[in-house]
Write a protein that binds this ligand. Structure first.
Ligand SMILES: *Cc1c(COP(=O)(O)O)cnc(C)c1O
Length: 356
């Protein structure tokens, strides 16, 4: 820390991203919930075309073409859509402008680790609501709460979901507060709350191209909600970095939307591989939280969570371990291709045998 950093930022406990090793090709990477499948052919074609030569020029700060396309895909109007540089960027804006002294925030005690970082960064009081024993969220805890509410659905790192009726009840009973549903993993089997945004002007849905659309490295997130919420987000984007979606990402994302069927099929494959992996792990004595995401949250009383993570890493398989004592016995494993999961399952079997 330099002696110049102003007081309010000195104590921030920053987010620790999952490892992104330089020599990535040597690893089976099951630690940050990326898609194991490449971007669709049209996206690759854009990146190999003359598009790159246009990098000389600024990009469209409104993401006009992209916004129109995405609005069409989701059955909303362009005025209901906001794009930013990854959904993390949008969550940052949400904490910045919808959470504060008068409107403190609430989110599940076990959820996406970034929420508590943003709460600290933007100095809002955060109520961290415990999960039920089985790691599910009790929606009643959020009804009539009178705070800004952020819920990941499916939740991370557990993969548990709330149903639409439950989300609707949360939005309905908090009419004077923004309710944010972070749907980073919705395409792997949960129901999207996007249709409810037409009925509730306080409901904001956040999604990303990072997980189901194989574009984590391109950095693109979006929010769908009432036009006034979108206008607020847009105001802040234009007050910080209007050109925050680069030209190549905008064009690539348009191609991805045109090839939506490709990503739907990948989603189907990943769900199938998830069910296969769960079955094999259960046979090895693992407990697995029921997941509707592209990852599973697993533990086995035969081996410590941190140890399993460490030994797998030595053998060039990366999974995610969290140090939070409440979940330290668990590991989060991204669902890869069937071949990657077989290699993972094989190594896990070896490690358990060595433990005996
Ligand atoms: C991955 C993830 C994000 C961040 O996604 P980006 O669009 O890559 O910034 C947001 N929320 C949750 C719950 C996630 O798991």
């Amino acid at each position: 820390m330099s002696r110049f950093l102003i007081d309010r930022y000195q104590d921030i406990e920053e987010y620790t991203p999952g490892e992104q090793p330089q020599n990535m090709d040597q690893f089976i990477k099951l630690n940050t919930n990326e898609s194991p499948y490449p971007p669709s052919p049209g996206v690759l074609a854009v990146l190999n075309s003359g598009e790159a030569a246009k990098l000389r020029l600024y990009c469209d700060p409104d993401c006009g073409v992209l916004t129109k396309k995405l609005a069409e895909l989701y059955g909303v109007k362009p005025e209901n859509v906001f794009f930013s540089n990854g959904s993390d960027d949008i969550l940052n804006f949400i904490f910045m402008i919808f959470c504060g002294e008068e409107t403190p925030v609430a989110f599940p005690a076990i959820s996406y680790g970034f929420y508590k970082v943003y709460a600290q960064l933007h100095r809002t009081d955060a109520l961290k609501i415990p999960l039920k024993e089985d790691f599910s969220i009790d929606y009643k805890d959020y009804c009539g709460l009178g705070r800004t509410i952020i819920i990941a659905n499916p939740n991370a790192p557990t993969g548990q979901t709330l149903g639409l009726a439950e989300i609707e009840e949360i939005a309905r009973t908090n009419p004077d507060n923004v309710v944010v549903i972070d749907e980073a993993y919705v395409d792997f089997g949960a129901e999207s709350a996007v249709p409810l945004t037409k009925k509730y002007d306080n409901l904001l849905v956040v999604q990303t191209f990072s997980k189901s659309r194989s574009m984590a490295g391109a950095r693109l997130g979006f929010a769908i909600g009432h036009k006034d919420l979108i206008a607020d987000l847009t105001k802040i984007k234009y007050s910080t970095n209007p050109y925050n979606i680069n030209r190549l990402t905008q064009t690539a994302a348009c191609a991805a939307i045109d090839e939506d069927a490709y990503y739907k099929e990948n989603g189907r494959k990943i769900r199938e591989t998830r069910e296969y992996t769960v079955k094999k792990l259960e046979e090895m004595g693992f407990e697995i939280i029921p997941s509707k995401a592209n990852f599973i949250f697993i533990k086995n009383d035969q081996i410590d969570g941190e140890k399993l993570y460490t030994v797998l890493k030595e053998r060039k398989i990366l999974i995610r371990h969290f140090t939070d004592p409440a979940i330290a016995q668990y590991n989060r494993v991204t669902i890869g291709t069937p071949e990657q999961m077989d290699a993972f399952l094989n190594e896990v079997k070896n490690i358990l045998r060595e433990e005996e």
